[in-house]
Design a protein around this ligand. Structure first.
Ligand code: HEC
Length: 157
């Protein structure tokens, strides 16, 4: 193969590699005053993430009451709706702005809710449900300790 072709393909591969790194691994991030990593999103994207978060909290509340009332059906429904079925609505443009670690923690949380739903559906031991809930909430606290959301500055003024 000609030397020029080699150089060209190497440059192309490097460009693709850089794009993949920025899009898949790094995301759109900045340092912030409180030491957490700020994920920079548009106002609409931030609303979408925060809406999903409030859904998480509502399910945690409902599952806790489900354990108290031994209501396995209620636990199943509330865990299932924030499981993987709920993870597919994220647009690719938003995915590209989330750092890899953020995406992993988010996916792990949806999956953990699915496992909790399965437990409620199968044996349905309230103590196991509670233990699974406590463990999966480590994802909530780990992610909250590491990341915050910020909105893109518009070029007004
Ligand atoms: C992958 C990261 C991640 C995971 C996992 C995660 N969160 Fe969040 N959550 C965030 C970020 C980032 C914010 C915005 C925090 C900020 O800007 O200070 C947030 C905000 C919230 C808010 C505030 C919503 C609002 O309207 O302001 C709630 C409530 C919340 N999360 C609940 C939860 C619960 C409950 C869980 C676990 C079941 C959870 N989150 C898991 C990243 C995560």
């Amino acid at each position: 193969m000609c030397k020029f072709c080699w150089i060209l393909s190497t440059l192309l591969l490097m460009a693709i590699g850089t794009m993949a790194y920025l899009f898949v691994v790094k995301g759109s991030v900045a340092a912030s005053d409180d030491g957490r990593t700020a994920v920079i999103l548009s106002a609409g994207e931030r609303d979408l993430v925060l809406t999903e978060m409030r859904g998480f909290l509502e399910s945690v509340q409902a599952i806790t009451m489900g354990v108290v009332n031994k209501d396995m059906k209620g636990i199943y429904e509330n865990a299932h709706k924030v499981g993987m079925v709920n993870a597919g609505d994220v647009p690719a443009s938003l995915m590209g702005k989330l750092p890899l670690e953020f995406k992993k923690l988010g996916m792990a949380t949806h999956k953990a809710f699915d496992e909790l739903a399965l437990e409620a559906q199968d044996i349905g031991d309230p103590q196991i449900v509670l233990s699974k809930l406590g463990k999966l909430m480590n994802n909530c606290t780990t992610c909250h300790a590491a990341y915050k959301l910020d909105t893109e500055r518009t070029k007004e003024r």
